[in-house]
Design a protein around this ligand. Structure first.
Ligand code: PBG
Length: 337
């Protein structure tokens, strides 16, 4: 039975058969609308104090915290595989955490030492540097806490100092993940005022208060410290129009790139942001997403490589220009021609 075409471009069966374009690997490659390569990846890494130290992260199979010397070697390998960018996160000594997060702008803190070392070894690599106070506060929040509240404007002033210290260390991409209001404009102003006009900002623009960050907080050791939750500053997972307002504000304030986080449960947001603004848009396949895939693969419940490659491709289909993924190095090796 044939039915009349709804849209003339669709054609009718049997003259039109969708399966013709799926019949072989070459034709499938020819009609593929998206491609995945090492160019798409930003590799998040965890920096440790000390020398020649590596620690496995229990809840993230295949992920290790590395001391700066080993991190430099890992960065060189990633660059060699064609990965353009690293996102560095420090595992801060609990003795350095304070209510005022003073360690966050120390020019010689672990983060800035890691930036300097990787920058020296990989002069061209994009170094995406997290700006938020959670590694440095005694309570594990991204901002300063006063009388039970995260105070916005005082926090922003500290974030500016933190961003400047990172830029001075050699960071080329400041990535505020704190979700305070007005931080992009303030950080842009601080960078420009100090002569860092060329340092770009990748805003964690639509960042949700998510349960999928659990393994990350394990990895950096902010989980036990965190009192309460982050719902007074990170977004409500129920909202999508609000994400567009967040992104619009960050772009207006000077963001060069924007990010949606988490990733896979939020692909609708990635698509809406890309369609609405057309700016370079990134998605973060967060620790919990990675842990789910790797955990199921370890049990033999999923083909881990195929599921990971599919999940990453779907970010591209949704409109992401790139993906922050803990699987970057592993995938880049497997995608190598
Ligand atoms: C901290 C920060 C978090 C992540 C990146 N930066 C955790 C949080 O907001 O609590 C999460 C990354 C991940 O889960 O992989 N500002």
């Amino acid at each position: 039975m044939t039915t009349g075409p709804i849209d003339p471009t669709l054609g009718t069966y049997p003259a039109s058969r969708m399966r013709r374009n799926r019949s072989s690997d070459p034709v499938r490659r020819m009609v593929a609308e998206n491609r995945l390569s090492a160019d798409d990846f930003i590799w998040p890494v965890f920096a440790l104090d000390g020398q020649n130290r590596r620690q496995k992260v229990d809840s993230m199979p295949g992920v290790e915290r590395l001391s700066v010397d080993l991190l430099v070697e890992a960065a060189k390998e990633a660059a060699g595989l064609g990965i353009p960018a690293l996102a560095i996160f420090p595992v801060v000594d609990p003795a350095r955490k304070t209510d005022g997060a003073e360690e966050s702008w120390n020019p010689d803190n672990l983060m800035n030492r890691a930036i300097r070392a990787v920058r020296a070894a990989c002069p061209e690599m994009m170094l995406v540097c997290d700006v938020a106070l959670d590694p440095y506060t005694s309570h594990g929040h991204d901002g300063l806490l006063r009388d039970g509240e995260i105070v916005n404007d005082e926090t922003v002033a500290v974030l500016c100092r933190q961003a400047l210290a990172q830029a001075e260390a050699g960071c080329d991409t400041i990535a505020p993940s704190d979700m305070m209001d007005g931080r992009i404009a303030a950080i842009r102003g601080a960078l420009d005022g100090a002569g860092f006009q060329g340092v770009r900002i990748m805003a964690y623009a639509a960042k949700y208060a998510s349960a999928f960050y659990g393994p990350f907080r394990d990895a950096v050791g902010s989980k036990s410290a965190l009192k309460g939750d982050k719902r007074t500053y990170q977004m409500d997972p129920a909202n999508s129009d609000e994400a567009l307002r967040e992104v619009a504000k960050d772009i207006a304030e000077g963001a060069d790139m924007v990010m949606v986080k988490p990733g896979m449960p939020y692909l609708d947001i990635v698509r809406r942001v890309k369609d609405a603004f057309g700016v370079p848009t990134f998605a973060y396949q967060v620790s919990g997403e990675y842990a789910m895939l790797m955990g199921a693969a370890e049990r033999g419940w999923l083909d881990g490589d195929k599921a990971m490659a599919e999940a990453l491709m779907c970010f591209k289909r949704a409109g992401a220009n790139g993906i922050l993924t803990y699987a970057a190095v592993d995938m880049a090796r497997k995608l190598r021609p």
